[in-house]
Write a protein that binds this ligand. Structure first.
Ligand code: 3AM
Length: 181
């Protein structure tokens, strides 16, 4: 079995705007800088024999590149105990290429036997996982970073990752990178 997900990589110069941000929050486990990404689709555990079909299906996607900006911060779930601290995104074009890319990926993967996503797509970059972090520290962080904006950057590719869960955290491996048009 192999555990897979599809994501957009964040360029190193853009990561500098967000990496280490959660250090001030007690009981927050920051995502290592080399693992900061925007998940387009969590595929989950599949038979290794499906990997080739998945790679082929994703290779047929033909959507245009687009501009993205990191903007604002928030927590998941929206109600209840916050578990995930994230940075939001903004797209430049009227036609939302980010949502379209996500739709195309879902469609391509469905053809390869992967179930379609029922949950609404909430684009975000996970900054840290929270384990009962003090609410006051979170509120200060959210208020202090509400106006966060990175420079615009061009999304020119998306990536199929495999993820190996270890006691020390997940290890992400690039399976294939796909250029956008
Ligand atoms: O990009 P984020 O951090 O939101 O939490 C995992 C991460 O999401 C998520 O897939 C992304 C890449 O690891 N993930 C892990 N297990 C999941 C599951 N069972 C999951 N998403 C949905 N269902």
């Amino acid at each position: 079995m192999v555990r897979l997900f599809v994501a957009i990589d964040i360029p190193d110069n853009i990561k500098t705007y967000i990496q280490g941000m959660a250090r001030a929050i007690p009981k927050a486990r920051s995502v290592p800088p080399d693992q900061l990404h925007l998940t387009l689709k969590f595929i989950g555990e599949v038979e290794s024999s499906l990997l080739l079909d998945i790679r082929d299906a994703l290779g047929r996607i033909n959507t245009p590149r687009f501009s993205l900006q990191l903007k604002g911060v928030g927590t998941f779930p929206p109600r209840g105990i916050p578990r995930v601290l994230w940075v939001g995104t903004k797209t430049m074009e009227n036609k939302d290429h980010l949502f379209d890319l996500r739709k195309q990926i879902d469609k391509a993967l469905f053809a390869a036997g992967i179930t379609k996503e029922k949950k609404k797509f909430s684009p975000h970059i996970t900054l840290a996982r929270l384990n009962n972090s003090p609410i006051k520290a979170l509120q200060n962080f959210l208020a202090g970073n509400a106006l966060l904006e990175s420079p615009w950057f061009e999304v020119t590719s998306f990536t199929l990752y495999s993820s190996q869960l270890t006691p020390k955290g997940a290890i992400h491996t690039v399976e294939e990178r796909y250029r956008l048009r």
